[in-house]
Design a protein around this ligand. Structure first.
Ligand code: FDA
Length: 311
């Protein structure tokens, strides 16, 4: 409950333009804890640093809810470019995309969805380069379309090149997971980061956590690849026990965390021989992503305020 109130307050305040202007102008030094720079070159350098610690990366150009065809196409071009740059630098071009950033919801002349057309280009490029694309999950009105587009992309490119995300706070996610089983999909399981109404998302953290475990265990038991994307120690410990007791091989799952969060745990898991991948966001449009990270943890507000006061 407190969790929900805190999140809704932070995300509500964050949408106010004067706050956005203030944070954008004063908090870049703080945001850099969560964002790997503004350019693709800094993101690739961060991926190479992680690789030195045995940690894989997932490149994410920041941006979302784009509402012009030109901007969506430009955004897609930038993602195609970083796939190529990463491959040239010897970094596997594993990227995440938000379909809203490449035009989802905008119908183009032939009646097709622009987001889907751009995603096809990006997933096609990933296949050519030996990379991977994960379709991030955004707010709940987009889930149906994202899953339908995911299904079409798997049909064309296969489940080794494209995956997507389910959010354990949504009541619908367990049914969605079962409904995707025929694809043997690569799924990232997360708790969910958006401010959602109680009619669609569980308000209590204990329910979200229980649903998280159920989703991970069910997907593993069905023999599918799971990206266990959380920083939650108790869930990570339980997953380790689950895989041991059910004979799930280390090649069937990986742990994923966000850049700048629980770096100690990322290194520890990698040292223990688990596959660990860090989500590496970069780009100039860092504000919405940064606001969601602050909304996840009350201590982060103090961290931001201290950083802004330091200048
Ligand atoms: P929880 O919030 O319970 O936190 C557990 C512990 O982790 C905390 O006690 C703290 O130690 C640490 N922690 C968590 N968040 C922190 C923060 N911001 N700052 C500092 N410490 C923090 N969401 C979504 O809706 N769609 C998506 O596509 C994705 N994609 C995605 C990819 C990856 C790789 C990750 C790790 C997460 C996402 N998310 C996401 C975000 C996700 O939904 C969720 O909001 C965050 O992961 C925080 O939840 P935890 O599972 O870490 O648990």
């Amino acid at each position: 409950m407190l969790n929900r109130m805190y999140r809704s307050t932070v995300l509500g305040v964050a949408t106010q333009k004067p706050i956005e202007q203030l944070v954008r102008s004063r908090a870049w030094n703080v945001a850099q804890r969560f964002v790997a720079g503004e350019s693709s070159a800094t993101a690739i350098a961060a991926a190479q640093e992680l690789a030195a610690d045995g940690i894989l990366s997932n490149l994410d150009l920041l941006g979302e809810f784009v509402n012009s065809v030109e901007t969506a196409n430009e955004f897609a071009e930038k993602i195609l470019a970083i796939q190529n740059e990463a491959a040239a630098a010897g970094v596997v071009p594993y990227v995440s995309i938000k379909l809203s950033s490449v035009g989802q919801g905008q119908t183009v002349q032939n009646g097709e969805d622009l987001g889907y057309l751009n995603a096809r280009r990006i997933v096609g490029n990933a296949r050519a380069l030996g990379g991977f694309v994960c379709l991030d999950m955004e707010d709940h009105p987009r889930v149906d379309q994202t899953l339908a587009q995911f299904r079409a992309l798997v049909a064309e490119f296969g489940n080794k090149t494209v995956g997507t995300v389910l959010q354990s706070y949504l009541y619908r996610s367990e049914a969605d997971r079962t409904g995707l089983d025929d694809l043997h999909p690569n799924l990232r399981i997360v708790k969910g980061a958006y401010l959602e109404p109680e009619s669609v998302a569980m308000p209590a953290k204990s329910d979200v956590d229980a649903s998280y475990r159920r989703l991970v265990y069910a997907h593993m038991k069905a023999g599918n690849y799971v990206n266990v994307a959380t920083h939650d120690d108790s869930i990570i410990d339980d997953v380790k026990m689950f895989v041991l007791s059910h004979g799930i091989p280390k090649t069937q799952f990986e742990f994923q965390m966000l850049y700048g969060i629980r770096r100690d745990l990322q290194k520890k898991l990698a040292t223990e021989g688990f596959t660990v991948r860090v989500y590496l966001p970069y780009g100039r449009d860092w504000y919405a992503y940064f606001s969601r990270r602050i909304a996840e943890r009350p201590a982060n507000v103090m961290f931001v305020l201290r950083g802004m006061l330091k200048g």
